[in-house]
Design a protein around this ligand. Structure first.
Ligand code: XMP
Length: 507
């Protein structure tokens, strides 16, 4: 496996993903972490960093067990660090070094550049530059503006590049990483979804043995894939609980439950809709609503898990981005229980031992693993849906009537996206019920009814997002259907705000 030492670059996770796309397993660790053993790795990659090697706060890793001993690739800050600390000179650059550049003076005899040609486009993002190299270092590529765009250290399997091979704009970035990892470091490309399933199932059997495990299913991709993996490993000893909080999409509780049963999972559906609605009555503050939904979920889940005897483990669908420690973090890994669930005293089920079969993989890998286990493509391609559900899409206080209205509107919108073949072009979509009444006319009568906002965004991770340019014809058809079919709604608007500065949800 491959060790990626993180110096805090925004691109570090991308390095891990690119390596895994080559079917090679990689792990990210903070450069100053003590929680890994260098001897477990066959290659090391040093990431970029927002710091300057000349700054006082500059990350200062001890590479004595790595450099010259294990194949090493320095990227950006990593490249500058390897030059600066071994006798080279790094200084502020005086030309533009952000964005597109092209490789020149390429030493094509280097294995690192196998299959890569002079002129190949690379992506730069740095303000310091390597002015001179130590004497046993050899420049192997430049760009228009950067002399030392790539170098090697003579007599070692140590290479360094100023550009970022992990971003897609570096056209041959994947080829370069493959050259380094496979041709130079000799790693095998064996880490596939099938092999992940095989090793994970074996590890789960080993860890859990004959004990019972309880898992909360949400209908989402992560908890479903985690459940199917556990089901493969321990079968009937996996007890899944699927709670209807009354804020799910129209008919979702019944249809998802049916789908789970069809997959052979041992699932108990708990319809707690009334309990949630009762507790939510009169609350209109968004964070207040989230807290109530989180608390009631815990109460319901705790009640249900008490009905099971001798449960030893709690399974969670935690994925790698929730686990990776960031360089600036002082404490341990980020909490694995989402904060909106973590209110009040610790309920009994949270005292169970935790199993997290997906904690080392990214979202797109979760989908690939799900696919390799035969999970329905439609289920795997579902849009993300917030835990508090329609509760944060009904602005202001929540009533059963408002939930019904929004479920109808949402179903018309989502089914329309599917019918028009637009669903998979959208990262997330939904409707918001606004706390505004506006005037309309229906027949001879004036109406004074609700307004709904439709939202569809494209995004990669939900951190930034832009609205989707849906066809006017589609919006027209959807608006007509909503106003003609959903009693109480007389106006439809489409949200054209990007995130930032807006957010995806309205609350
Ligand atoms: P925002 O509105 O912050 O949403 O742009 C980003 C992503 O997070 C989801 N979201 C939530 N998910 N509990 C959740 O589990 C929440 O309280 C919550 N609030 C927002 C949102 O749907 C989007 O995918």
């Amino acid at each position: 496996k491959v060790l990626i030492l993180d110096f805090g670059s925004q691109f570090t996770q991308l390095i891990a993903r690119r390596v895994r796309e080559l079917n090679i397993y990689s792990e990210i660790h903070p450069y100053n972490s003590k929680k890994f053993n260098v001897s477990d790795y066959k290659a090391v990659i040093l990431s970029g960093s927002p710091h300057s090697v000349r700054g006082e706060e500059a990350p200062n890793p001890d590479l004595s067990e790595i450099k010259g001993k294990i194949p090493l690739l320095g990227v950006c800050y990593g490249a500058q660090y390897l030059a600066h600390n071994y006798g080279g000179e790094v200084g502020a650059s005086n030309t533009r070094e952000y964005g597109r550049a092209h490789l020149t003076h390429l030493d094509t005899s280097e294995t690192l550049f196998a299959g890569i040609n002079e002129g190949s486009q690379v992506w730069m993002s740095h303000s310091d530059t390597i002015l001179s190299l130590p004497s046993n270092y050899k420049m192997i590529a430049s760009t228009e503006d950067v002399t030392n765009a790539a170098y090697k250290i003579e007599g070692e399997d140590t290479f360094a590049i100023q550009f970022h091979p992990e971003v897609y704009h570096s056209t041959d970035g994947a080829q370069l990483l493959e050259n380094f990892l496979v041709k130079i470091a000799g790693l095998n490309q064996e880490w596939t979804p099938d092999s992940f399933v095989e090793t994970t199932v074996a590890a789960l059997k080993e860890k859990v043995g004959n004990d019972k495990v309880v898992l909360g299913l949400s209908g989402g991709v992560d908890s479903t894939v985690a459940a199917v993996l556990l089901n493969k490993a321990i079968g009937e000893n996996l007890y899944c609980i699927f709670v209807n909080n009354g804020l799910l999409r129209k008919d979702e509780f019944e249809s998802v439950l049916k789908q789970y049963e069809g997959m052979g999972l041992n699932v108990k559906g708990v319809d707690a809709a009334d309990r949630f609605l009762k507790e939510l009555a009169g609350e209109s503050d968004p964070e207040g609503k989230r807290k109530i939904i989180g608390r009631v979920f815990i109460e319901v889940f705790d009640d249900e898990s008490h009905l099971l005897e001798d449960v030893k483990f709690l399974a969670q669908g935690t994925i790698y981005p929730d686990v990776i420690e960031s360089v600036s973090a002082t404490g341990g890994p980020s909490a694995t229980i989402k904060s909106h669930h973590n209110v009040g005293g610790l309920p009994d089920f949270m005292k169970l031992k935790v199993v997290e079969p997906l904690r080392m993989i990214f979202k797109d890998e979760v989908r690939r693993v799900g696919k390799s286990m035969g999970i329905d493509a439609e289920l795997l391609g579902r849009h993300p849906f917030p835990g508090p559900g329609l509760g944060i899409r009904i602005l202001g206080d929540i009533t059963a009537e408002k939930v019904r209205m929004l479920q109808e509107v949402d179903a018309i919108f989502i089914n329309g996206l599917k019918k028009w073949g637009l669903y998979n072009d959208v990262w997330q979509a939904g409707a918001m019920l606004l706390p505004v009444n506006s005037v309309g006319v229906m027949g001879d009568e004036r109406t004074y009814e609700k307004c709904v906002a439709l939202r569809a965004v494209e995004s990669v991770d939900g951190m930034t997002a832009d609205w989707v340019d849906l066809p006017y014809k589609f919006l027209q058809e959807t608006s007509n259907k909503i106003i003609n079919n959903v009693k109480g709604v007389n106006r439809v608007v489409y949200d054209i705000s990007s995130k930032p500065p807006a957010t995806i949800e309205w609350e």
